[in-house]
Design a protein around this ligand. Structure first.
Ligand code: SF4
Ligand code: SF4
Length: 173
């Protein structure tokens, strides 16, 4: 008697995690259910190449498993450089870049922005330029040598508008 082999495989893995379903509904998160945990994203990722802490496959696994608080309070999703190498190489059309953007959107809405990024935002809002501290006399000299205005000329109106639009009640100006 021939053994019956079921060749009908599901089209994709369907995890039960409510967090995965939440991410799926966010802009960019729609492909998450297709992840088969092959690890190609981690193998392609330059950030993963620099630090053992960052593993895109593992982050996606934690979402699929429903580790909502752990993922949202972690700094790891914020380390993605959005280079999209993982997206280029994923054979299942999953886009980790946009998935981690969706994670960051939710984290920001719930007040979990890592201090280092919050500081960067504060700095931009303060004087319009994140690298103000690194603007030195040398750079002024360089700008003069290149015939550029040595005065950076902060666009304070722009900063005011950004503050009003995004940080003071969301009124579009
Ligand atoms: S390469 Fe695609 S399918 Fe493989 S683990 Fe990464 S996201 Fe999932
Ligand atoms: S987009 Fe992010 S997760 Fe993907 S390879 Fe680049 S740094 Fe890594």
């Amino acid at each position: 008697m021939t053994e019956h082999v079921n060749t009908e495989l599901p089209a994709y893995h369907e995890p039960s995690s409510s967090f995965a379903k939440e991410i799926e509904l966010e802009p960019g998160g729609s492909g998450i259910m297709h992840c088969i945990q092959c690890g190609m994203c981690t193998a392609s990722c330059m950030v993963a190449n620099m630090t053992d802490r960052y593993r895109p496959r593992k982050l996606i696994q934690k979402i699929l498993l429903g580790k909502r608080e752990e993922v949202l309070t972690s700094e790891l999703p914020w380390l993605c450089m959005t280079c999209r190498l993982c997206e280029e190489r994923c054979q299942e059309d999953v886009d980790p870049t946009d998935i981690f953007t969706a994670v960051r959107e939710i984290a920001a809405r719930e007040g979990y922005i890592p201090a280092v990024f919050q500081n960067a935002i504060d700095k931009v809002l303060e004087d319009g330029w994140m690298l103000n501290d690194s603007y030195t006399d040398f750079e002024e000299d360089d700008r003069s040598d290149l015939g550029l205005d040595a005065d950076l000329g902060w666009n304070t109106e722009f900063v005011k508008k950004i503050k009003k639009r995004y940080f003071k009640g969301g009124i579009e100006v």
